[in-house]
Design a protein around this ligand. Structure first.
Ligand SMILES: [Zn+2]
Length: 256
């Protein structure tokens, strides 16, 4: 079965070999052909290099265009924001310079100053008021105490007056006269002997009544030995009596 096609196979192979063999052998052997081939290869390589260069150049161009576009966009954005900023600044300036706004600002400033002054005045007024209140309170307290003192003085003065009307007082007067004689204790050329007075001295009757808390010209007064101590007594002419400090104080107090 292989008889015919085997022969055909052999023919094909031989023809193929015959066809290929001279080509290879001739190309290797023929220097001219070799040179041609080498030239062709070099040409192809050069073309490849050129193509690659072209491609690179194309890419560089593309990159350049992209960069340019980006730059342009950036510039555009920058310009736009610059314009917007300028516009905003301009409108702000215009608004600032607007006579109505200028007036309003001035009014606000004046109002603030007025308010501050008002507050300061209020504060000062409040301080003065507080000070006044304190002073008034102090004065009232002083007056109250003064009234108390005055009332106390009047009360004791009334008791003193009653004690002077006691028979015991008349006796004490006589005792003092008896002890010191009928002459002014101070004496001197301006003394007068026709108006001699007797008084408690150096402790005034007023201070004794106050110290021993004598309530009236009653039994407590009668029994208080300090009141009837002749050592605490003095004979004085009217002139010198009036000059004693307790007498002056009494007169001054009673005049109020
Ligand atoms: Zn005298």
């Amino acid at each position: 079965m292989f008889g015919k096609s085997k022969t055909l196979w052999i023919i094909v192979v031989v023809v193929g070999a015959l066809f290929l063999l001279p080509n290879t052998t001739r190309a290797q052997d023929d220097p001219q052909r070799l040179m041609e081939l080498q030239n062709q290869m070099q040409k192809i390589r050069q073309e490849q290099v050129a193509a690659r260069r072209e491609e690179e150049a194309g890419q560089a161009e593309k990159q350049r265009q992209e960069d340019e576009y980006n730059n342009r966009m950036r510039m555009l954005a920058f310009s736009a924001s610059g314009i917007i900023a300028l516009y905003l600044a301009g409108s702000a300036l215009v608004s600032y310079r607007n006579p109505e706004n200028v007036k309003q600002r001035r009014l606000r400033r004046e109002w603030a100053v007025m308010e501050r002054e008002q507050r300061q005045k209020e504060e000062e007024r409040r301080k003065v008021l507080l000070q006044e209140q304190r002073t008034q309170a102090k004065e009232r307290e002083w007056q109250r105490k003064e009234n108390e003192r005055q009332g106390e003085f009047q009360r004791i003065a009334a008791i003193v007056k009653d004690i002077r009307a006691m028979p015991r007082y008349a006796v004490w007067r006589q005792d003092v006269f008896a002890r010191y004689g009928r002459k002014c204790a101070i004496g001197g050329f301006n003394c007068r002997t026709d108006n001699l007075e007797v008084d408690h001295f150096p402790q005034s009757l007023h201070s004794l009544v106050s110290r021993y808390r004598i309530p009236d010209a009653g039994i407590q007064a009668y029994e208080c030995t300090a009141l009837w101590d002749v050592n605490n007594g003095a004979v004085l002419c009217k002139i010198h009596h009036d000059q004693t400090s307790s007498s002056q104080y009494r007169q001054q107090k009673l005049a109020q």
